[in-house]
Design a protein around this ligand. Structure first.
Ligand code: UGY
Ligand code: MN
Length: 322
């Protein structure tokens, strides 16, 4: 057994310790107690003991047991635990699984790709964490870009040299091949969507800059805003959808369009796809979760908890799927 008492011969050896060994032990324990203080000063709060009077941690012993919570921030601390799921027709990518690395062509910016063509999507959706004095790169030729500010602020300069500051909840659409630059002087977090533009004769998309609160509420059940014009020049749109707790999607949707979704606020249950026995798969989701939905994946959402859900949703539109 791993945690059995020491065996009798171990005890005999301990009794025959020389004075030298005893001194070494004293030295070691002094070093250890200094190390322990240093570690607690670094902010490690776990495994404090009832006899540990030096601890800087304010939380009472066993606080997580006494105040249990299912908040995702606690669950994401569980060793090896993630709510992330990757399947052939959908994926749920939760914050504890986000992996950031330097974004090619951007300076001082870390990116985490949450949706990409490797999954079967025709677009990418990624988080860009711009640090101090950072600059964006340009997308490839024929690729359009949509940027939404989640934290901080960025300066957008377009091809005519006009600069605009985008704050949280502001967005910009950059048509394919349009030169532009995002700069951040402090830190800023963006969600970015890019796809190869599907050209349509006589329709030319233009640069758009706006903010969510300026967009009109559409006359649908629940609250829906569309951030891009609903004209044929645009081959996708970004929806902002709000649900009060208890509200749910009116239609149990199955459609040809793809989605990339980022939960901005709230929590609820997302129903996606089917498992092999025909039962629906329901995912508990919360703010900062990202979802990829392939064409025709069954989808439905119900908001729960006590705050409004808001999510941002990419949807390809206005093009013949044939
Ligand atoms: O417009 C939509 O397809 C949207 N209602 N889908 C979704 O929220 N999953
Ligand atoms: Mn949908």
């Amino acid at each position: 057994m791993k945690f059995a008492h020491p065996k009798p011969h171990t005890l005999i050896k301990m009794q025959s310790f020389s004075a030298f060994h005893a001194k070494s032990l004293l030295l070691l324990s002094t070093i250890f107690s200094f190390t322990k203080i240093a570690v607690t000063e670094e902010g490690f709060c776990s495994a404090s003991s009832i006899i540990d009077s030096n601890s800087n941690c304010q939380q009472p012993l066993y606080s997580k047991f006494i105040n249990p919570t299912l908040s995702p921030s606690h669950l994401q601390d569980l060793p090896g635990f993630t709510r992330s799921v990757y399947k052939s027709d959908h994926a749920v990518i939760t914050p504890e699984s986000h992996v950031f690395s330097p974004l090619p062509d951007w300076s001082n910016t870390l990116g985490a790709y949450l949706v990409s063509p490797a999954m079967g999507a025709h677009f990418v959706m990624y988080l860009a964490k711009m640090q101090e004095s950072s600059k964006s790169g340009l997308p490839s030729e024929q690729v359009e870009r949509f940027v939404f500010v989640l934290q901080g602020s960025v300066k957008l300069t377009n091809s005519s040299g006009v600069g605009q500051t985008l704050m949280v909840d502001s967005f910009a659409y950059l048509p394919p091949n349009s030169k532009h630059l995002f700069e951040s002087y402090e830190s800023a977090t963006l969600v970015v969507f890019e796809r190869r533009y599907a050209y349509l004769e006589n329709h030319i998309p233009e640069q758009i800059v706006g903010s969510t609160d300026q967009q009109p509420l559409l006359d649908t059940p629940g609250e829906l805003r569309k951030l891009l014009p609903m004209t044929m020049a645009y081959d996708f749109n970004i929806h902002i959808m709000d649900f009060q707790p208890g509200e749910f999607l009116n239609v149990k949707e199955v459609h040809y369009n793809q989605h990339g979704l980022l939960l901005l606020e709230g929590q609820g249950i997302y129903r996606l796809g089917d498992n092999c026995s025909g039962h629906y798969i329901r995912y508990p989701v919360a703010a900062r979760d990202a979802i990829w939905m392939a064409p025709f994946v069954p989808q439905w959402y119900a908001a729960l908890g006590n705050v409004r859900t808001r999510y941002l949703l990419y949807k390809d539109v206005n093009r013949n799927p044939l």
